[in-house]
Design a protein around this ligand. Structure first.
Ligand code: KIV
Ligand code: ZN
Length: 516
């Protein structure tokens, strides 16, 4: 099997800070719990100095997660390191991750600092972080475009100051695999104390090479890789966790390394992230896309039927994709439902089962067969934010080719009921306008998508929307066999979130710059 490569997951930091991927505290916690089930080695939970919300998210994860190290990001300044440590100190295995840019481009144009100043800042940051925490990672931002002599010098100094992990990011996704591998080889050859730290790769996907570069780094001796679920992250994203882990699992005879990841949890992690962020994966995405294990060409199907090994290099089961043999319908009871969820990897509490069963019965009344994807959508729906300011009592729409689409919506807030009507470009637009009239809150719709969850005319449609209110983005999602209902519930969900977080909006994230 060979040596272990540690999986450092940065979905909740580098992934979450990219546009369209933001998550609230509860969502981050749910994702962290799934990462724990996935058995990643390190969860980078956020950037505590960035905002109170980030700090609280990191702290909550640090206090809850067991079995994985929890890291928080900090620039190479003491104020950042103090804040990171406050958030992390209760973790079972805390790690402070401090960084500074080491390329001439960044030092000149962004930091306005000389090499000597950057070296001094790095040493001070690592030494200070080590005085607080036994595990300290130091990253040389833009390492792949840094001068190799300076890189060797600063890495050696950081290790001497106490860094336990040295991360060499390809921050702008510029490196080619051989070149990125050579950088690791040079560091291993030239840095005298390199054996005292673990070398780490962190790749961005601007040229579509993030996973290839990460694998090249492993071949050159990196024993930690930083990655995100579904490859979310800045610009074109980070290296995709599922691709790196399955490349290692599938080609272990060639790479001579392994990971401790529980690969059967990969699909669930991917689905959960898509549900939480609304960031869907393309159908042909490696490992987790809808087509990743679908053999369409006749020759391929024939081969797979004769022997799966002909065209299948890994099984769908190995990443947690299970195919149903049993279809549930309106005569299925709680027992069958619980068993099906267990097969899908969801261990429901009695309360969750009860709520799922009620939703399942309502769905089974509308359609003959309920598919696995629809069961998962039922669960995801229950995870909708608890912050319900307005409850949807009901709505009515009239639409057609010859009449102006009109909607009447009834909402309840506590004991008060509100009813209003509006016209619009279509039934969804009309309903949204009626909701806005009642709530007095106007959202600018920045994203709206409808996706069928399974097959057939009567499939459940999943609506995902993102609205901007006062410069903040709020997500809403809902699944229903009726697309107007799904769209209305999703929109109201987003407005409810905005209304509920009115207070916390005052503490909204401020952009973090390098000048401290
Ligand atoms: O891409 C990068 O350089 C980073 C560092 C902060 C590790 O995300
Ligand atoms: Zn990054």
């Amino acid at each position: 099997m060979g040596q272990i490569v540690q999986i450092f997951d940065t979905t909740l930091r580098d992934g979450e800070q990219s546009p369209g991927c933001s998550m609230n505290r509860e969502e981050k916690m749910r994702m962290a719990q799934q990462l724990e089930r996935l058995r990643v080695d390190v969860i980078e939970a956020g950037f505590p100095i960035a905002s109170d919300g980030d700090f609280e998210g990191v702290q909550a994860i640090a206090r809850t997660v067991r079995g994985c190290a929890v890291a928080g990001l900090a620039r190479a300044v003491r104020a950042d390191i103090d804040r990171a440590w406050q958030a992390l100190r209760d973790a079972e295995r805390p790690r402070i991750h401090t960084f500074i840019a080491t390329s001439d481009i960044h030092m000149t144009h962004k930091l306005h600092k000389s090499r000597a100043q950057v070296l001094a800042d790095a040493v001070d940051a690592v030494r200070y972080a080590r005085s607080l925490c036994p595990d300290v990672e130091f990253s040389c931002e833009d390492a792949s475009r840094s001068d190799i002599d300076f890189l060797c010098e600063i890495v050696e100094a950081a290790i001497a100051a106490g860094a336990t992990v040295i991360n060499l990011p390809d921050t702008v996704g510029y490196a080619l695999p051989a070149e990125y591998g050579e950088m690791f080889a040079s560091i291993r050859k030239r840095v005298t104390n390199v054996g005292a730290a673990v070398l780490s790769a962190h790749c961005h996907n601007d040229l579509g090479l993030a996973v290839a570069n990460s694998i090249a780094a492993i071949e050159a001796g990196a024993r930690q890789v930083e990655c995100t679920v579904n490859g979310i992250g800045e610009r074109a994203g980070n290296a995709a966790l599922e691709e790196i882990v399955m490349a290692i699992a599938t080609r272990t005879e060639r790479l001579h390394v392994a990971t401790g990841v529980h690969t059967e949890e990969i699909y669930r992690a991917s689905k959960l992230l898509s549900t939480l962020t609304g960031m869907l994966v393309q159908r042909n995405k490696a490992i987790v896309g809808a087509n990743a294990f679908a053999h369409e060409a006749g020759i391929h199907q024939d081969g797979v039927l004769k022997s799966a090994i002909t065209y299948e290099i890994m099984t769908p089961q190995s990443v947690g994709i299970r195919h149903s043999t049993l279809v549930l319908g309106k005569h299925s009871g709680r027992h069958a439902l619980k068993a099906r969820f267990a097969e899908l990897g969801y261990d429901l509490t009695q309360d969750e089962l009860e709520r799922s069963y009620r939703a399942f019965c309502a769905l089974a009344d509308q359609k003959k067969e309920v598919y696995d994807e629809e069961l998962i959508a039922i669960l995801d729906d229950q995870d909708a934010p608890a912050s319900e300011v307005y409850h949807l009592e009901g709505f009515h729409v009239s639409t057609g080719t010859s009449l102006r689409p009109t909607a009447t919506v009834e909402l309840r807030q506590g004991d008060q009921r509100f009813i209003d009507s509006a016209t619009g470009d279509g039934p969804v637009d009309a309903a949204y306008r009626a909701i806005e009239r009642i709530t007095g809150t106007m959202g600018k719709l920045t994203e709206y998508s409808l996706k069928s969850v399974s097959l057939g005319h009567d499939t459940v449609g999943e609506a995902f929307i993102r609205v901007e209110i006062d410069g903040v983005l709020y997500n809403g999602r809902a699944a229903s066999t009726d697309i107007v209902t799904g769209s209305v519930v999703a929109y109201l969900g987003a407005l409810n979130r905005a209304l509920a977080s009115h207070q916390s909006r005052l503490r909204r994230r401020q952009p973090v710059t390098e000048e401290v």
